[in-house]
Design a protein around this ligand. Sequence first.
Ligand code: ADP
Ligand code: MG
Length: 383
Amino acid sequence: MNNQLSETFFEKYKQYPTATYFAPGRVNLIGEHIDYNGGLVMPCAITAGTWLLLAPNSDNVIRFSSVNFKEEETFPIQKKYSKTGKEWYNYPLGVFHELQQQGWDASGLDLLYFGNIPIGSGLSSSASIEVLTAYALNDYYNLGNDKLELVKLSKKVENEFIGVNSGIMDQFSIAFGEADKALVLNCDTLKYKVVDCDLGDHVLAIINTNKVRELSESKYNERVAECETALKALQQEIKINNLCELTADKFALHSHLIADETVLKRATHVIKENDRVHFAAKALNAGELEEFGRLMYASHQSLKDLYEVTGKELDAVVDFCKDYEHVSGARMTGAGFGGCAIALLKKGYEEDFAKQLTDYYVEQIGYPAAIYIHQIGDGVKKI
Ligand code: ADP
Ligand code: MG
């Protein structure tokens, strides 16, 4: 893949790249819509990801191109940039902007991206390209930021430059993920544990619903706002900074403060989902994959009924999995509103699962889903 990308780079820029970097996509095993509520999440990096090839130029410009998109753009070196339209290069441009804000003086650079993460499907190709760019520039120019600083900078790009109020989980797992490990991350303190993710006789199947996500950004931001409303209501009686500081029992004592029924449902999901992550970490550690799977199904149900972010496509996938004998658990992963689901599938049934799920899904939804088997892979790195 690298050689082919080097040749593409040469065709575009009439020079060969001088460095190559890789950043993965991620799946969140459990703990959804929890990161911006200061809770526990359990993500891992996957072997699909985004590559960046780069080389300096003497024209004092930044040139962006991506194998995945036809739009290419050249920007003069400036101290500040702002978002221009909805084009893909806003993501890396935002990283240039933030690094320049730190005092870095950028110089001419040619960049080529390629990703094999399905884009816009909840496996976080956006965080992948952000962390990739931040890590690469930091490493190439010796800017001296540590990984956590790069994670925070990348999140800032997503929140402020792009305008999606997502939490820190995606950038964090893409930076700190390790092969065959999951992270148990506290999104409030940013303390995390790297835990063995031995799936035993299971593989992790990723099912892309192929639903075109509409209004997902505004609905995502709406959920963030609803959680803020719940927090403010609870803060009238209790001193907390995040919803996830509450156990389910303590929440029950104060939930009457939340007047709006919808907001109450959102908060209930958040608090119970946070508890599920504790149980899931224990189950994984004990090798109890069936229990882990049960918690995945419970997570999905709550995201469907209380958080209302699943939709008929993700529900169809999970409904199928419940009836399919060789799946131990399944749930949507990422923000929802379409995107991907994950399933703990018994080894040896990959083909049969793909065939039967495809038939069922087409019958229910009218077009096919895509099914991938990825391994749990490394975080961002130089190649
Ligand atoms: P997700 O993060 O779930 O994949 P988003 O809508 O948050 O979906 O981010 C997808 C956007 O990220 C793409 O539309 C594009 O702008 C950018 N992006 C991701 N991967 C690449 C890539 N390989 N090349 C160029 N842009 C990319
Ligand atoms: Mg994204």
